[in-house]
Ligand binder design. Structure first.
Ligand code: F6R
Length: 357
């Protein structure tokens, strides 16, 4: 039940710090060390390439997961939209492991791929919020998200839970391969949980940003580079599905290759700047759109803060920034939809679980 909350979506945004803490507890042993099933660990170690298969928001979590697995565990990862993969199977490696990411565990497009790759004899791991679901039963292994039931059609806490579990999977694989990490993953996730709490306590600031940037908007662009780019795609999906404002998530450097033609006086641009390596570059992209009249805001990480930034995120580990940078974007979508009087928990044309291909 939604209790005192006006919408499930807002409740589920607020539940993210609790979900993080639950995940930390569920995936550690008695010595507070990160621990996964030995079977999952062996399957990850045996794979020469990981194929992540998912749809929508889960696909966006997969894009972040690729960064985590490649950077921490040094295993190459491809991320595919399920409905594309099933009709156009790419050249596969010798020892692939398929990882299905699905909140519901019932998405037909993802299941179609699972059926095909099982016929081909390949192993599959499902990461889901519903352990007894179809995708969980039909795969060889399951990792649970522990996010609790997600009722609102727009996925929020499942996205961050998926990224956290993918981070744990990446760290576990790195450890199994004897790779050294220079940070304590569980401690870093605990820092994330606290940061999320700080963010969910700042709803008024988010509502004000909606008033200043999205009130009369017909369209909006989210721009970022590297990890921020993936979060921008998720921020744009959230905004369009619940507020019906046309939105696109774009790679900062790619705008000038065409899309910048759409920037007019007052076009809202939401830029993420959480990554030190691309901080200078993304800020340059923001200058380019401001020069064309855009109404641009920068959401930055504490260590990269500049005076003119519209909102500053509490500091977390560079690899885990998507877990916090998505929270203001979820809230921007929520308040934009609220101000427009949209049916937030049940947006038009959408169902919570998409069981047709
Ligand atoms: C967006 C959203 C959808 C789902 C997609 C996959 O907010 O909820 O894009 O992410 O339909 O669903 P699952 O994860 O259940 O396979």
């Amino acid at each position: 039940e939604k209790g005192t909350y006006p919408h499930f979506m807002l409740k589920e945004i607020d539940e993210q710090p609790f979900a993080m803490r639950k995940i930390i507890n569920e995936y550690q042993n008695e010595n507070n060390e990160l621990k996964l099933d030995a079977d999952v660990q062996m399957a990850m170690k045996a794979a020469d390439r990981i194929y992540i298969i998912a749809c929508g928001t889960s696909y966006h979590a997969g894009l972040v997961g690729k960064e985590l697995i490649e950077k921490l565990a040094s295993v190459p990862v491809e991320v595919h939209v399920a409905s594309e993969f099933s009709y156009n199977i790419p050249l596969l490696s010798e020892k692939p492991l398929f990882v299905f990411i699905s909140q519901s565990g019932e998405t037909a497009d993802s299941r179609a791929v699972l059926v095909k790759i099982k016929e081909m004899g390949y192993p599959a791991l499902t990461i889901t919020n519903v352990p007894g679901s179809t995708l969980s039963r039909e795969a060889d292994y399951t990792l649970n998200l522990y996010a609790g039931p997600e009722i609102a059609v727009a996925s929020t806490k499942a996205y961050t839970a998926q990224i956290a579990v993918l981070a744990i999977l990446a760290v576990d694989t790195a450890q199994a391969k004897g790779l050294k990490l220079d940070f304590d993953p569980m401690q870093e996730l605990a820092i994330v949980a606290n940061a999320m709490e700080t963010l969910t306590d700042q709803k008024e600031a988010m509502e004000e940003l909606v008033t200043n940037y999205l009130q009369a908007a017909r369209n909006a662009f989210f721009i970022g580079r590297s990890a921020d780019y993936h979060v921008c795609m998720e921020g744009a999906l959230k905004l369009k599905e619940i507020s019906y404002i046309q939105a696109e998530g774009f790679a900062g450097g790619e705008l000038k290759h065409g899309t910048i033609a759409l920037i007019e006086e007052g076009t809202p641009i939401i830029a993420l700047a959480t990554q030190p390596d691309v901080n200078y570059a993304i800020r340059g992209n923001v200058q380019e759109v401001i020069a064309r009249g855009a109404n641009a805001m920068i959401i930055s990480m504490k260590s990269l803060e500049q005076d003119t930034d519209a909102f500053v995120l509490p500091q977390v580990h560079d690899l885990l920034t998507p877990l916090v940078s998505v929270v203001p974007l979820q809230l921007l979508a929520y308040y934009a939809a609220l101000h427009r009087g949209c049916d937030i928990d049940k947006p038009r044309n959408l169902a919570k679980s998409v069981t047709v291909e």
